[in-house]
Design a protein around this ligand. Structure first.
Ligand SMILES: Cc1cc2nc3c(=O)[nH]c(=O)nc-3n(C[C@H](O)[C@H](O)[C@H](O)COP(=O)(O)O)c2cc1C
Length: 397
């Protein structure tokens, strides 16, 4: 076999890389591609777990044929119906006629509504098992991680968890597919970007799923995106646990929007004072340049969030407003917030952000600082006090 990698003796990686798509879900920038992972178990009954985005179906089917070597495909397990994993189901049915489709009640509904497919469907219940010969699968239904039909499939004999999108992230797999073969810090950062932007809203449901899985011994985690965790699966389970409990580290994200640099000056000054006060992790991020998903990723990590905006048409500078709206959608908790900004005549930018903070019941750590057009010496002194008060509160909680 030239193109297919083994996970264990009878379990194969049949996934593909996508380095063509610019925006995942047409929103999230893919700076280094993404992988759509699929797995094949060869036994008395051959099983495929999840498929790939339709644009990569040709090489996907070639890989499956290579592993099966003319044998039949008996089952296709669908852990998640999002089209980057379900898009090739029709092609698989066409290539391997008679294949039985395994999913839960919701999967059945979605399969019919998305693709008009209903034949050969086997509906499983939570905790149900399926023997393949040497291997045995057990299904865990994990709703809203991050769609209603999401489930995970546990291979009992070799203790492998096929986790769907959970524990997955951006980044193509360039050669190595295992956590011990790749730059895992890079991937973990991209897994947090994926988590915070796509799954993060469903923290309580992730906690439920983790509780359900705590009874299971997991040797390998095989997600639908990113590296396979075989040397240290506990690392990503612990990260998921922390992220879904909205746990934070000391650090401050200063996200700002500035047309002509005045608000930016204020952001840089605040950062300087924070550093003087001993804050090590400071991220100053320009909301016009940096996609919100990268800013939200950093906010997911750190305790302090400071928003800066110029006033634009009586309100918040639009890229900043977009960031704040999206952050609010994620149900972020356990942070403290600060606000600063500029205006020319009647203002509205700073007030607009304060309104969002109040509406979301986020904690405002100190009084906002607002400046007409450009900060002068007195304004910088106000900003110094602002930053010091912010750090004081940061260290209290
Ligand atoms: C296109 C545009 C629209 C603006 N709209 C308002 C406004 O509605 N109300 C206001 O008080 N100031 C308004 N201003 C003034 C800016 O808020 C002010 O110039 C500020 O210093 C800009 O900060 P910056 O250099 O960080 O972009 C506007 C400025 C521009 C360029």
């Amino acid at each position: 076999m030239h193109r297919v990698l083994k996970i264990t003796d009878d379990i194969f990686y049949a996934g593909v890389n996508d380095r063509d798509t610019v925006l995942f879900e047409n929103i999230w920038p893919l700076t280094k591609g993404v992988s759509y992972n699929s797995y094949l178990i060869r036994d008395e009954k051959n099983v495929l777990i999840d498929t790939v985005k339709i644009s990569k179906v040709e090489q996907f089917v070639e890989k499956i044929r290579e592993v099966l070597g003319g044998k039949s495909l008996d089952y296709l397990v669908i852990n998640h119906m999002e089209p980057d994993h379900s898009g090739s189901i029709s092609s698989i049915i066409h290539a391997f006629p008679g294949v039985k489709i395994i999913g839960n009640k919701k999967t059945r509904e979605f399969l019919k509504a998305l693709y008009g497919l209903s034949d050969n469907f086997v509906e499983i219940k939570d905790g149900e098992e399926l023997s393949l010969g040497k291997h045995k699968l057990k299904f865990y239904i994990t709703p809203m991680v991050h769609w209603p039909e999401t489930m995970m499939t546990y291979e009992v004999t070799e203790k492998i968890l096929f986790s769907g999108d959970a524990f997955g992230g951006f980044g193509s797999l360039d050669g190595g597919i295992f956590d011990d073969e790749v730059d895992i810090d890079y991937y973990e950062n991209e897994i947090r970007r994926y988590y915070s932007n796509i799954v993060g809203k469903f923290g309580p449901m992730v906690q439920k799923a983790l509780k359900k899985l705590s009874e299971v011994e997991i040797k390998i985690i095989a997600s639908t995106h990113g590296p396979i965790w075989r040397s240290n699966p506990q690392r990503i389970i612990e990260s998921y646990d922390r992220w879904s409990r909205y746990e934070v580290e000391e650090g401050v994200v200063i996200a700002y929007g500035s047309m002509y640099g005045n608000t930016e000056k204020m952001a840089d000054f605040i950062a300087k004072v924070l550093a003087k006060e001993g804050v090590k992790n400071i991220r100053v991020m320009n909301s016009s340049q940096v996609h919100e998903s990268f800013i939200i990723n950093e906010i997911w990590r750190f305790k302090g969030v400071i928003f800066g905006t110029s006033t634009y048409n009586n309100g918040i500078f639009p890229p900043m407003e977009n960031l704040i709206i999206n952050l609010a959608h994620k149900g972020i908790k356990n942070r403290i917030f600060g606000v600063f900004g500029t205006y020319g005549w009647s203002g509205g930018g700073v007030k607009g952000i304060v309104d969002y903070i109040q509406r979301n019941k986020w904690e405002l750590a100190c009084e906002p600082v607002e400046v007409q057009f450009s900060p002068d010496e007195e304004d910088f002194e106000r900003l110094r006090e602002f930053a010091k008060k912010f750090v004081k509160r940061l260290r209290q909680i």
